[in-house]
Design a protein. Structure first.
Length: 278
Protein backbone atom coordinates (compact mmCIF):
# COMPACT_ATOMS: atom_id res chain seq x y z
CA UNK A 1 0.00 0.00 0.00
CA UNK A 2 1.47 3.20 -1.03
CA UNK A 3 1.12 6.53 0.81
CA UNK A 4 -1.24 9.03 -0.69
CA UNK A 5 0.90 11.78 -2.06
CA UNK A 6 0.51 15.18 -0.20
CA UNK A 7 0.03 18.40 -2.03
CA UNK A 8 3.24 20.13 -2.79
CA UNK A 9 2.24 23.15 -0.80
CA UNK A 10 1.86 21.05 2.34
CA UNK A 11 5.27 19.53 1.95
CA UNK A 12 7.24 22.73 1.61
CA UNK A 13 8.10 24.92 4.67
CA UNK A 14 6.17 28.21 5.08
CA UNK A 15 7.83 31.12 3.38
CA UNK A 16 9.00 33.87 5.70
CA UNK A 17 6.98 37.08 5.63
CA UNK A 18 8.27 39.62 3.26
CA UNK A 19 10.64 42.34 4.61
CA UNK A 20 8.03 45.02 4.00
CA UNK A 21 5.89 43.47 6.78
CA UNK A 22 8.63 43.95 9.39
CA UNK A 23 9.04 47.54 8.26
CA UNK A 24 5.37 48.15 8.70
CA UNK A 25 5.39 46.63 12.18
CA UNK A 26 8.35 48.77 13.21
CA UNK A 27 6.70 51.89 11.84
CA UNK A 28 3.43 51.10 13.59
CA UNK A 29 5.22 50.49 16.89
CA UNK A 30 7.10 53.75 16.59
CA UNK A 31 3.89 55.63 15.90
CA UNK A 32 2.19 54.04 18.90
CA UNK A 33 5.10 54.88 21.18
CA UNK A 34 5.18 58.45 19.84
CA UNK A 35 1.45 58.80 20.39
CA UNK A 36 1.75 57.54 23.97
CA UNK A 37 4.59 59.94 24.65
CA UNK A 38 2.54 62.83 23.24
CA UNK A 39 -0.50 61.84 25.27
CA UNK A 40 1.52 61.62 28.45
CA UNK A 41 3.31 64.86 27.68
CA UNK A 42 0.10 66.71 26.94
CA UNK A 43 -1.55 65.21 30.01
CA UNK A 44 1.31 66.23 32.28
CA UNK A 45 1.56 69.69 30.74
CA UNK A 46 -2.16 70.35 31.27
CA UNK A 47 -2.56 69.13 34.82
CA UNK A 48 -4.70 71.58 36.80
CA UNK A 49 -2.65 73.62 39.21
CA UNK A 50 -3.88 73.61 42.81
CA UNK A 51 -5.93 76.74 43.58
CA UNK A 52 -3.83 79.55 45.00
CA UNK A 53 -4.35 80.21 48.68
CA UNK A 54 -6.75 83.11 49.20
CA UNK A 55 -5.01 86.28 50.34
CA UNK A 56 -6.06 87.35 53.82
CA UNK A 57 -8.42 90.33 53.74
CA UNK A 58 -6.78 93.68 54.34
CA UNK A 59 -7.39 94.90 57.88
CA UNK A 60 -10.14 97.47 58.15
CA UNK A 61 -8.95 100.66 59.78
CA UNK A 62 -11.46 102.21 62.14
CA UNK A 63 -12.33 105.76 61.10
CA UNK A 64 -11.20 108.12 63.80
CA UNK A 65 -13.51 110.88 64.90
CA UNK A 66 -12.07 114.18 63.65
CA UNK A 67 -11.01 116.60 66.35
CA UNK A 68 -13.22 119.68 66.66
CA UNK A 69 -11.48 122.66 65.11
CA UNK A 70 -11.14 125.92 67.05
CA UNK A 71 -13.82 128.48 66.27
CA UNK A 72 -15.88 126.24 63.98
CA UNK A 73 -18.61 125.23 66.44
CA UNK A 74 -19.58 125.34 70.10
CA UNK A 75 -20.66 122.23 72.01
CA UNK A 76 -24.35 121.73 72.54
CA UNK A 77 -25.91 122.98 75.77
CA UNK A 78 -27.79 119.86 76.82
CA UNK A 79 -30.78 119.61 79.13
CA UNK A 80 -30.91 122.94 80.96
CA UNK A 81 -30.52 123.02 84.72
CA UNK A 82 -33.58 124.19 86.69
CA UNK A 83 -34.44 127.85 87.01
CA UNK A 84 -32.86 129.56 90.01
CA UNK A 85 -35.48 130.60 92.58
CA UNK A 86 -33.78 133.06 94.94
CA UNK A 87 -36.76 133.38 97.30
CA UNK A 88 -37.46 129.68 97.72
CA UNK A 89 -35.51 126.43 97.82
CA UNK A 90 -34.83 124.84 94.47
CA UNK A 91 -32.75 121.98 95.86
CA UNK A 92 -35.44 119.37 95.20
CA UNK A 93 -35.64 120.40 91.54
CA UNK A 94 -31.86 120.37 91.22
CA UNK A 95 -31.63 116.91 92.77
CA UNK A 96 -34.32 115.53 90.45
CA UNK A 97 -32.59 117.08 87.43
CA UNK A 98 -29.17 115.70 88.42
CA UNK A 99 -30.57 112.18 88.92
CA UNK A 100 -32.23 112.30 85.51
CA UNK A 101 -29.09 113.53 83.73
CA UNK A 102 -26.86 111.11 85.67
CA UNK A 103 -28.90 108.16 84.39
CA UNK A 104 -28.19 109.26 80.82
CA UNK A 105 -24.57 110.48 81.12
CA UNK A 106 -23.21 108.19 83.89
CA UNK A 107 -21.73 111.25 85.63
CA UNK A 108 -22.34 110.96 89.40
CA UNK A 109 -25.47 112.86 90.39
CA UNK A 110 -23.68 114.71 93.21
CA UNK A 111 -21.15 116.06 90.73
CA UNK A 112 -23.88 117.02 88.24
CA UNK A 113 -25.68 118.92 90.98
CA UNK A 114 -22.57 121.09 91.37
CA UNK A 115 -22.35 121.73 87.62
CA UNK A 116 -26.08 122.43 87.38
CA UNK A 117 -25.97 124.84 90.31
CA UNK A 118 -23.09 126.73 88.68
CA UNK A 119 -25.13 127.07 85.46
CA UNK A 120 -28.13 128.30 87.45
CA UNK A 121 -26.17 130.93 89.33
CA UNK A 122 -24.24 132.17 86.31
CA UNK A 123 -27.58 132.95 84.64
CA UNK A 124 -28.03 135.55 87.34
CA UNK A 125 -24.46 136.79 87.57
CA UNK A 126 -23.65 136.84 83.82
CA UNK A 127 -26.65 135.91 81.69
CA UNK A 128 -24.83 136.89 78.48
CA UNK A 129 -22.20 134.17 79.11
CA UNK A 130 -24.63 131.32 78.32
CA UNK A 131 -22.46 128.81 80.16
CA UNK A 132 -23.86 125.27 80.09
CA UNK A 133 -23.27 122.67 82.77
CA UNK A 134 -22.11 120.42 79.91
CA UNK A 135 -18.95 122.51 79.43
CA UNK A 136 -18.17 122.17 83.14
CA UNK A 137 -18.78 118.43 82.82
CA UNK A 138 -16.37 118.40 79.88
CA UNK A 139 -13.71 120.06 82.02
CA UNK A 140 -14.43 117.64 84.85
CA UNK A 141 -14.27 114.71 82.45
CA UNK A 142 -10.77 115.67 81.31
CA UNK A 143 -9.69 115.99 84.92
CA UNK A 144 -11.51 112.79 85.97
CA UNK A 145 -8.31 110.74 85.68
CA UNK A 146 -7.10 112.62 88.74
CA UNK A 147 -10.13 112.19 90.96
CA UNK A 148 -13.01 109.77 91.44
CA UNK A 149 -16.38 111.49 91.38
CA UNK A 150 -17.88 108.77 93.53
CA UNK A 151 -15.58 109.79 96.40
CA UNK A 152 -17.31 113.14 96.88
CA UNK A 153 -19.36 113.32 100.05
CA UNK A 154 -22.88 114.70 100.46
CA UNK A 155 -21.37 118.03 101.52
CA UNK A 156 -19.50 118.23 98.19
CA UNK A 157 -16.03 117.74 99.61
CA UNK A 158 -13.66 115.09 98.26
CA UNK A 159 -12.82 112.27 100.65
CA UNK A 160 -9.10 112.96 100.30
CA UNK A 161 -7.65 116.37 99.32
CA UNK A 162 -6.36 116.48 95.75
CA UNK A 163 -2.96 118.14 95.38
CA UNK A 164 -1.03 117.80 92.12
CA UNK A 165 2.75 117.62 91.73
CA UNK A 166 4.89 120.67 92.36
CA UNK A 167 4.96 123.18 89.51
CA UNK A 168 8.75 123.27 89.59
CA UNK A 169 9.42 123.18 85.84
CA UNK A 170 9.91 119.42 85.64
CA UNK A 171 9.10 117.92 82.25
CA UNK A 172 9.16 121.29 80.52
CA UNK A 173 6.19 122.67 82.44
CA UNK A 174 6.18 126.30 83.57
CA UNK A 175 7.72 126.72 87.00
CA UNK A 176 5.46 128.58 89.47
CA UNK A 177 6.95 129.58 92.78
CA UNK A 178 4.69 129.62 95.81
CA UNK A 179 2.00 132.32 95.74
CA UNK A 180 -0.15 131.49 98.78
CA UNK A 181 2.38 130.73 101.53
CA UNK A 182 1.40 127.07 101.21
CA UNK A 183 -2.12 127.71 102.43
CA UNK A 184 -3.87 125.63 99.76
CA UNK A 185 -1.20 123.11 98.78
CA UNK A 186 1.04 122.91 101.86
CA UNK A 187 4.19 123.86 99.90
CA UNK A 188 6.13 127.01 100.76
CA UNK A 189 8.43 126.69 97.75
CA UNK A 190 6.26 125.75 94.75
CA UNK A 191 2.60 126.01 93.79
CA UNK A 192 0.50 122.91 93.07
CA UNK A 193 -2.82 122.50 91.25
CA UNK A 194 -5.49 121.73 93.84
CA UNK A 195 -8.98 120.30 94.03
CA UNK A 196 -11.03 118.13 91.66
CA UNK A 197 -11.08 120.89 89.03
CA UNK A 198 -7.35 121.60 89.47
CA UNK A 199 -6.84 125.26 90.23
CA UNK A 200 -3.52 127.01 90.67
CA UNK A 201 -3.59 128.86 94.01
CA UNK A 202 -3.30 132.30 92.38
CA UNK A 203 -6.23 131.55 90.05
CA UNK A 204 -8.31 130.23 92.91
CA UNK A 205 -7.76 133.35 95.00
CA UNK A 206 -8.79 135.56 92.06
CA UNK A 207 -12.06 133.86 91.09
CA UNK A 208 -13.17 131.75 94.06
CA UNK A 209 -16.65 132.11 95.50
CA UNK A 210 -18.55 130.00 97.98
CA UNK A 211 -21.36 128.20 96.14
CA UNK A 212 -23.55 127.68 99.19
CA UNK A 213 -23.46 131.33 100.20
CA UNK A 214 -23.10 130.36 103.86
CA UNK A 215 -20.29 132.85 104.51
CA UNK A 216 -17.55 130.25 104.86
CA UNK A 217 -14.37 130.57 102.76
CA UNK A 218 -14.50 128.96 99.33
CA UNK A 219 -12.79 125.55 99.33
CA UNK A 220 -11.08 124.18 96.20
CA UNK A 221 -11.60 120.65 97.55
CA UNK A 222 -15.37 121.17 97.44
CA UNK A 223 -16.99 120.28 94.10
CA UNK A 224 -19.69 122.95 94.48
CA UNK A 225 -17.16 125.72 95.09
CA UNK A 226 -14.87 124.34 92.40
CA UNK A 227 -17.62 124.22 89.74
CA UNK A 228 -18.86 127.71 90.61
CA UNK A 229 -15.33 129.12 90.53
CA UNK A 230 -14.64 127.41 87.19
CA UNK A 231 -17.82 128.97 85.81
CA UNK A 232 -16.78 132.42 87.02
CA UNK A 233 -13.37 131.99 85.45
CA UNK A 234 -14.78 130.88 82.08
CA UNK A 235 -17.22 133.81 82.01
CA UNK A 236 -14.73 136.42 83.26
CA UNK A 237 -13.80 137.62 79.77
CA UNK A 238 -17.33 138.63 78.81
CA UNK A 239 -17.51 136.03 76.02
CA UNK A 240 -20.70 134.33 74.88
CA UNK A 241 -19.97 130.62 75.34
CA UNK A 242 -23.04 129.78 73.30
CA UNK A 243 -21.17 130.87 70.16
CA UNK A 244 -18.18 129.16 68.53
CA UNK A 245 -15.99 132.27 68.77
CA UNK A 246 -16.88 132.90 72.40
CA UNK A 247 -16.46 129.31 73.54
CA UNK A 248 -13.04 128.85 71.94
CA UNK A 249 -11.90 132.22 73.26
CA UNK A 250 -12.93 131.41 76.84
CA UNK A 251 -11.45 127.91 77.15
CA UNK A 252 -7.79 129.01 76.92
CA UNK A 253 -8.37 130.97 80.11
CA UNK A 254 -8.76 127.61 81.82
CA UNK A 255 -6.01 125.82 79.91
CA UNK A 256 -4.28 127.36 76.87
CA UNK A 257 -3.50 124.05 75.12
CA UNK A 258 -5.67 123.48 72.02
CA UNK A 259 -5.80 119.67 72.55
CA UNK A 260 -7.19 120.32 76.04
CA UNK A 261 -10.00 122.48 74.65
CA UNK A 262 -10.70 119.88 71.96
CA UNK A 263 -11.05 117.15 74.59
CA UNK A 264 -13.34 119.37 76.68
CA UNK A 265 -15.45 120.10 73.58
CA UNK A 266 -15.82 116.40 72.76
CA UNK A 267 -16.83 115.54 76.31
CA UNK A 268 -19.22 118.49 76.66
CA UNK A 269 -20.97 117.75 73.38
CA UNK A 270 -21.30 114.05 74.24
CA UNK A 271 -22.79 114.79 77.67
CA UNK A 272 -25.19 117.31 76.17
CA UNK A 273 -26.36 114.86 73.50
CA UNK A 274 -26.84 112.05 76.04
CA UNK A 275 -28.83 114.32 78.37
CA UNK A 276 -31.44 115.03 75.70
CA UNK A 277 -31.77 111.46 74.42
CA UNK A 278 -35.30 110.14 75.07
Amino acid sequence: MTDTPQPVADQLPSAPPPRRYFGRLALSGALIVTALVLILTIGVGHQEEPPAAASPPAPTLAAQEPKPQPGVAAPRAGLAAPVDRPKMSDQAELDAWSLRVSAKTKVPARVLAAYGRAEMWMRGQKPSCHLSWATLAGVGGVEAARFDGTQIGPDGRVAKPIVGPALNGAGGATAVHDTDAGKLDGDLLWDHLVGPLRFAPATWVKYAERASGDGAPADPQNIDDGAFTAARRLCAGGDDLGTPAGWWKALPAYNPATPYAQDVFTGADSYAEASTTP
